[in-house]
Design a protein around this ligand. Structure first.
Ligand SMILES: Cc1cc2nc3c(=O)[nH]c(=O)nc-3n(C[C@H](O)[C@H](O)[C@H](O)COP(=O)(O)OP(=O)(O)OC[C@H]3O[C@@H](n4cnc5c(N)ncnc54)[C@H](O)[C@@H]3O)c2cc1C
Length: 359
């Protein structure tokens, strides 16, 4: 079997750009994707009665330099969210940035013994004046279309409907097996992301590292509403609600496909209430929540309503460190739990890619 230089698990935006980067370095690269389409979490749903729209409420962390890099890599039109993202706290909208202030203070306190290094971390952000959060003008659909164009333009080799389950390290190669135990590919280096789901890694000495993932079901409901005359919002992180953890107004992404008086909202739902409540109860809860928080009015009518569940598997960071230390460079991780920071971490390499593309 031919030994591929690099195999990447998945086809999310970071996995596609990594493939482009490696290919620009004259490496042979294959992306293995178990789903039937590319994009990973950055995908869309296409339900009857709805325009094609992103499957859940998304926000991109604030980092001006990375916004620029991403807009160039994917050729995206990024717009300023209007109004800017907020946190809903006791019926009041407060700037979303306050969340990063709180997280940053917590990080500093936790790592007080290593203060210099902690303060240098890019994820540590204090903001007195709210930042300008950007997002693609047509949402994830724009990103997804761009990914498909890049795959064709750069002739990337993506193997869909194919999953790696077990990884076996040999002296000179890494062997990849599917769930049936068949050897599907052999590579010099395997590239995983924070959300790659691998059951078992067998090291050269025969010892095993077993999977340690945390399954997270991302549950969202989409609503098309008529006659909305509530407080305007773009993205809201709710605080303290037991059912809804975030909300998005996605109208701007699909405006031309909605009627003049319609809006498209999305709500992120915690797994427990989703299991416990019937669809009608959940719909009534979401509607009441929107009304109580003055995001809709008594005149607002729900025209369409649909829910979706996207299962994902997060690798524990101790698992990532263990794999990194024990595989002698044959298995590499792209840390990818935050969209923007996954690109920030690779920015020098991907800027090189942009330069090589313009030559
Ligand atoms: C629903 C959802 C919403 C999110 N929202 C945000 C957000 O708003 N902002 C933000 O910054 N981040 C968000 N994230 C975090 C997200 O993890 C990152 O933005 C980014 O998508 C991670 O890229 P990834 O490749 O690690 O994972 P994913 O995007 O989940 O892609 C992984 C892909 O790999 C495939 N795969 C996994 N294991 C295997 C295998 N063994 N064999 C073959 N294929 C495999 C999966 O099918 C999937 O398509 C969200 C994540 C999810 C799941």
């Amino acid at each position: 079997m031919e030994i591929i230089d690099r195999v990447i698990i998945g086809s999310s935006p970071i996995a596609i750009i990594e493939a482009m980067y490696l290919k620009s370095k004259d490496q042979s690269v294959i992306n293995i994707e178990e789903r039937s389409e590319i994009g990973g979490a950055w995908t869309t749903i296409n339900r009857s009665g709805f325009p094609e729209v992103e499957l859940g409420c998304h926000i991109w962390s604030y980092n001006k330099e990375t916004y620029q890099l991403i807009s160039e890599l994917f050729n995206l039109e990024l717009i300023k969210l209007s109004p800017q993202p907020t946190i809903l706290f006791r019926n009041k909208m407060i700037p979303y940035d306050w969340k990063s202030n709180i997280i940053s203070i917590q990080k500093v306190l936790k790592n007080i013994t290593n203060l210099r290094e902690t303060l240098a971390s890019p994820e540590l952000r204090f903001s007195l004046f709210p930042s300008s959060y950007l997002y693609p003008s047509k949402g994830t659909l724009e990103l997804k279309n761009s990914l498909n164009e890049l795959v064709v333009k750069h002739d990337l080799n993506i193997q869909l409907n194919s999953a790696v389950d077990k990884v076996v390290l040999k002296n000179d190669r890494v062997e990849l097996f599917n769930i049936e135990g068949n050897l599907i590919l052999t590579t010099k280096e395997l590239v995983l992301t924070s959300l790659s789901k691998i059951s078992l890694i067998v090291l050269e000495d025969g010892s095993e590292i077993r999977l340690n993932t945390r399954k997270v079901d991302y549950i969202h409901v989409h609503l098309i509403l008529e006659n909305v005359s509530g407080r305007p919002f773009s993205y809201i992180r709710t605080n303290g609600d037991e059912v809804i953890h975030r909300l998005s107004d996605m109208t701007f992404q699909v405006k031309s496909q909605l009627k003049e008086n319609q809006k498209l909202f999305c709500a992120g739902i915690f797994p427990k209430p989703f299991q416990e409540k019937s669809s009608e109860e959940l719909k009534a809860y979401v509607s009441k929540f929107l009304l109580e928080n003055k995001l809709i009015s008594n005149q607002t009518r729900i025209v369409n309503y649909a829910s979706n569940v996207y299962p994902s598997y997060y690798n524990d960071s101790s698992f990532i460190d263990k794999v990194k230390n024990k595989t002698n460079g044959k298995v590499r991780f792209l840390r990818s739990t935050d969209f923007i920071y996954s690109f920030y971490n690779q920015k020098e390499r991907y800027k090189e890619l942009l330069l090589s593309n313009t030559k």
